[in-house]
Design a protein. Structure first.
Length: 594
RNA sequence: GCGCCCAUAGCUCAGCUGGAUAGAGCAGCGGACUUCUAAUCCGCCGGUCGCAGGUUCGAAUCCUGCUGGGCGCGCCA
């Protein structure tokens, strides 16, 4: 067994939302349990779950039965007898073996929805502030970004947005690959072609070509290869002219990264760059400290950390190599330095690594080493937000090495082209300029949603058609729902903000919509807690479905009654705010027309 | 060999941390635009939750074994 050490779980407080029915009901049921069975049962989870027979069901009676030595049904009776929810529920029923079915009253739903509409935060709790460095995206200098980078970038960005919204101080850490052996070759190639040449410009638009040209020269021209190797030595020695060229190389790549981030509408900026090179001056100290304290030992000429519980082939211990036998440092050393930096300099409470799942073993070894060295205290939570492998159509893992033809920029372009085609067909009435502005919001929304709507740790086959699809459970479906609401207000000649009438729940479709709306705050809190943006995506899809259904069944502007019309306007406005806010947390735009 | 992860409808995936009759989307079939945007809505069809045991009031979910697949396991990152 490898020794994946239990991360010091700081138990990030799963805060409650003031409008979510389950959050409101839980303490009531808790009080009833306490009243019925005594203070020792004060803290038990009422096990509130959505129900097919009511709005919610509490399953606690079944789990409590054997503890209190009574039949589940009788336990439920006692809880219900002590339960006071007359202001919330229109019906409390015990059914089956002891389920407590709760149906919320229209009056409470109306009041909760109206209150939510008056809340700036839409019921999203503000949590106790934590400092949370998030390591994500991490492209390589002079390398094309591919579909694998898309996922870490999009998921990491959504987590950053969500945690910030919950009140945390997020520190984005774009750990770009800007150091290492290939840089000798890249620098020499850049020197050969000239920094202002067309070839150099490839770094901004088609970095793989630049890389491959350098690689070809390296493989075919021994003299070039020698120069490249010599250049690595100079680079690592801190030779000033070499560093100047290296800087230029990184600068050209930054242009490329920023083009992608801008196209993808990702929040990463140059200020978030925290590449491998940033830790150069700390690597020796990391090694020295580990060696001096006996945590690392020399093995086959390399400085290694051997941790208990990590064995590989033939039962041999697996090392974390912190200094290669040639004296160079690998990524293990850099990763240790990042842990130190994030704990000691950034004062992190919780550190997220949004990186590929194959790195799991490596990360655990880094963390265990950091713990052994005292660099990672128990009260700092480290989490590997595992990004599942992206597979090609052959179901094989896409690798950077294989020179996969599907460039990320190509994927974006393709999606935007499809979006443009669809909008041209569907909305010829819109101005050319408006369609040109909206199409990329839809195309990129489709791509991002495709990645955000599935669990981040599952591997998946890259399916272009699915990613750029605009119907069904897709980003554009959510955007469309929001756009229809904007349209209602355009027709009404009023701003959504002006729709502040009380919300009154009457029709079933209104009820379903309100019920969905009230879950927003607790859903966002859950995403921050579990670090799973796909739950927010799933929630928003359900909300959009509830709205679409409401839209079909409940005329807003043509409602017979003025109060009903005003209520529905307020309900539509609230839905719009939740959809827009939710999409923003996913990093997806909400066009006003589409 | 050791370790980690995965297996749910024809396809792509959910399944709120153990709850009642397992849900969506796509595909297929049938309906709904002189009515706030049909990128939509309503309905139908479709599953032995890989297999076998176990735990318990109750299992897609937890445990064990098996089958099948992915990934990782010393000087690339």
């Amino acid at each position: 067994m490898t020794g994946p050490s239990p991360a010091a779980v700081s138990g990030s407080s799963r805060t409650v939302s003031p409008f979510a029915p389950a959050d409101v009901l839980a303490p009531r049921i808790g009080a009833a349990i306490e009243a019925a069975f005594g203070a020792e049962y004060a803290g038990v989870d009422p096990l509130l779950r959505p129900s097919q027979f009511a709005d919610l069901q509490a399953n606690v009676a079944l789990s409590l039965a054997k503890k209190v030595g009574a039949k589940p049904r009788d336990v439920a009776e006692k809880i219900v007898a002590a339960l006071d929810v007359s202001d919330l529920a229109s019906s409390v029923e015990i059914s089956g073996p002891g389920f407590i079915n709760l149906t919320l009253s229209p009056g409470w739903l109306s009041g909760a929805a109206t209150s939510m509409a008056g809340d700036e935060r839409l019921g999203v709790p503000r949590q106790e502030r934590q400092i949370v460095p998030i390591d994500y995206s991490a492209p390589n200098v002079a390398k094309e970004m591919h579909a694998g980078h898309l996922r870490t970038t999009v998921v990491g960005d959504s987590l950053a947005r969500t945690l910030e919204h919950l009140g945390h101080q997020v520190i984005r850490q774009n750990h770009i690959g800007d150091w290492g052996t290939p840089f000798g070759m890249l620098i020499e190639h850049l020197l050969d072609v000239g920094e202002t040449s067309d070839e150099a410009t490839l770094l901004e638009v088609d970095p793989n070509s630049f890389y491959q040209h350098a690689r070809e020269k390296f493989d075919s021209d021994p003299a070039f290869a020698d120069r490249a190797r010599g250049r690595v030595v100079k680079l690592q020695a801190g030779d000033a002219p070499t560093l100047a060229v290296w800087n230029r190389l990184v600068g050209l790549s930054k242009v490329y990264f920023n083009r992608i981030y801008s196209a993808l509408d990702v929040t990463l900026t140059d200020g978030d760059l925290a590449g491998e090179s940033m830790y150069n001056d700390q690597l020796q100290a990391v090694c020295d400290e580990l060696e001096d304290r006996g945590i690392a030992v020399i093995s086959d000429g390399a400085l290694c950390v051997f941790l208990p519980g990590y064995t590989g082939r033939e039962g041999k211990p697996v090392p974390l190599i912190v200094r290669k036998s040639d004296g160079g440092y690998g990524y293990g050393t850099t990763d240790l330095a990042t842990v130190k930096y994030r704990v000691q300099q950034l004062h992190a409470n919780r550190i997220l690594y949004v990186i590929g799942s194959p790195q799991s073993l490596h990360l655990n070894m880094v963390w265990d080493t950091a713990r052994a060295a005292g660099w990672l205290p128990d009260d700092v939570e480290v989490v590997h937000v595992q990004i599942g492998n992206v597979l090609g159509s052959d179901r094989k893992m896409l690798r950077t090495r294989s020179g996969n033809p599907l460039r990320l920029m190509g994927l974006v372009d393709e999606a935007n082209t499809v979006a443009r085609k669809v909008i041209d067909e569907a909305r010829p009435d819109l101005d050319e300029a408006i369609r040109a502005e909206i199409a990329p919001q839809i195309g990129v929304g489709a791509i991002k949603y495709a990645d955000l709507s599935v669990a981040h740790d599952t591997e998946y086959v890259l399916d272009l058609e699915r990613m750029v699809s605009l119907t069904g459970n897709t980003g554009p479906y959510l955007q469309y729902a929001a756009a229809r609401i904007h349209s209602i207000f355009r027709n009404a000649g009023m701003a959504p903000d002006a729709a502040t009438a009380p919300i009154v729940v009457a029709e079933a479709a209104e009820r379903d919509l309100v019920l969905a709306l009230l879950q927003f705050g607790s859903t966002v809190a859950l995403v921050g807690d579990a670090l799973e943006p796909h739950r927010l995506a799933g929630y928003l899809f359900e909300l959009a479905q509830a709205f679409s259904s409401f839209y079909e069944k409940c005329p807003v502007l043509k409602a017979d009654d003025a109060a009903v019309r005003d209520s529905r306007l307020a309900l539509s406005a609230l839905t719009l705010r939740v959809l827009t806010q939710g999409l923003e947390l996913l990093g997806i735009r909400s066009p006003e027309r589409m």
